[in-house]
Design a protein around this ligand. Structure first.
Ligand code: PLP
Length: 404
């Protein structure tokens, strides 16, 4: 087993060697510009993009022409929120999204608010799932877009896409989903789920960084979306700029591999994830699972370890790449907005760890991380008076603390 161990697959993934192999020719001999119509170099690149577009479309039940290649999910989310807000301004000015969305949605929505648009950030239930009644009640006659992520990047929780899509369709409101964490891991069908726009990214599924796509429905309804980048009119005018041909080829290959291996990989990851969870929950007390137990990505485990600090824990685990429930913003540690939305208090949020398992995670690694985690938590708790008090049955919330 090689150290350090990578267990942060929701942050990014290593590229699969098979993806790199598919990309290589487009970095050397096949370097043409897919927009060059006058020679074989251009045609070759254009053909490669055409094949990739078809693979992408089929993976989500879409048509080739409905795929817009971008630089990643951040860009796709920006195009959606800003582009729809602009195009549908005469219809309304209200967008509904979720408190647990990725910053690429939340920060974009915040900018639109500063520009005078209205945004509703729906709360989630304790398990991270949307409450469909709350969604229904948030809809007004000014609502133009519902943007709800398919799977969460921190807690892995999978939202009920089909139900949300049905509500949006019934109300005649466009439905966008940030499908970045879901693509290739759970079934996604834009027609069955009534999805009108969907953002995806290559580097979360063993493809290259800096490539993504946006699905934009062309029929029933035909979605109109303004562009953020103007220029040569590439990608049906929605995203100008010379196409990243090697990246697009790699993205498509990555999608293909995920779909081919989805069921066996899902079972393998679920088994490993659950083994890691039961090892930790069996050997330690005061550990809490964040996010729904079943409705979550197979490769995601998010746990709060009371009476230890996440940062100290990560330091103990210095040969394992993990994420904590704290976001480093300048000098201060801020608790994760996702855990806050679940009602997890700041202290517990700071003692949370995300374990992200993926394609190259081995049984041996899982067992190593489980055993090491248990040891680290026990060690840190030995030094924690709070843990001692909790064990003695003292209700820490009722203790009045005085400074000495
Ligand atoms: C990683 C991620 C993004 C950002 O994708 P990039 O391609 O890195 O811009 C957006 N949304 C979710 C849910 C993600 O996990």
């Amino acid at each position: 087993m090689k150290l350090p161990i990578y267990m942060d697959y929701q942050a990014t993934t290593p590229m699969d060697p098979r993806v790199l192999e598919a990309m290589m020719p487009y970095y050397s001999d096949k370097f043409g510009n897919a927009a060059s119509k006058n020679h074989s170099f251009g045609w070759e690149a254009e053909d490669a993009v055409k094949v990739a577009r078809k693979i992408m479309a089929e993976a989500i039940g879409a048509k080739d022409k409905e795929i817009v290649f971008t630089s990643g999910a951040t860009e796709s989310n920006n195009i959606t929120l800003k582009g729809i807000a602009e195009m549908y301004a005469s219809k309304g000015d209200h967008i509904i999204t979720l408190k647990t969305e990725h910053p690429a949605i939340l920060d974009t929505a915040a900018r639109l608010e500063r520009q005078g648009k209205k945004v509703t950030y729906l709360p989630v239930q304790k398990d991270g799932l949307i409450d469909l009644d709350v969604l229904r009640k948030a809809i007004t006659d000014r609502t133009i877009l519902i943007s709800i992520m398919a799977a969460n990047n921190e807690i892995g929780v999978i939202q009920p896409m089909e139900e949300i899509g049905a509500i949006a369709r019934e109300q005649g409101i466009l439905f966008h989903t940030d499908g970045t964490q879901a693509l290739g891991k759970i079934p996604l069908d834009v027609n069955q789920m009534n999805i009108d726009l969907m953002s995806v990214s290559a580097h979360k599924i063993y493809g290259p960084k800096g490539v993504g796509a946006l699905y934009v429905r062309r029929k029933n309804p035909r979605v109109r979306c303004a562009s953020l980048i103007d220029g040569g009119g590439h990608e049906r005018g929605m995203r100008s700029g010379t196409l990243n041909v090697p990246g697009i080829v790699g993205f498509a290959r990555a999608v293909e591999l995920c779909l081919e291996e989805r069921e066996s990989e899902s079972a393998r990851l679920t088994e490993m994830r659950d083994r890691l969870k039961s090892k930790i929950l069996t050997d330690l007390d005061y550990v809490y699972l964040n996010g729904h137990d079943q409705k979550r990505l197979p490769g995601n485990l998010n746990l709060s370890f009371a009476y230890v600090e996440g940062e100290s824990l990560l330091m103990e685990m210095n040969d394992v790449a993990l994420s904590s429930g704290s976001a480093c913003t300048s000098a201060t540690l801020e608790a994760s907005h996702v855990l806050a939305a679940l009602g997890v208090d700041d202290e517990l949020a700071h003692s949370s760890i995300r374990f992200g398992l993926g394609r190259f995670t081995t049984d041996e690694e899982v067992d190593y991380v489980g055993a090491k985690m248990v040891k680290a938590v026990k060690r840190l708790r030995e030094m924690s008076p709070l843990y001692e008090m909790a064990k003695e049955g003292i209700d820490l919330k009722s203790v009045e603390w005085t400074e000495h």
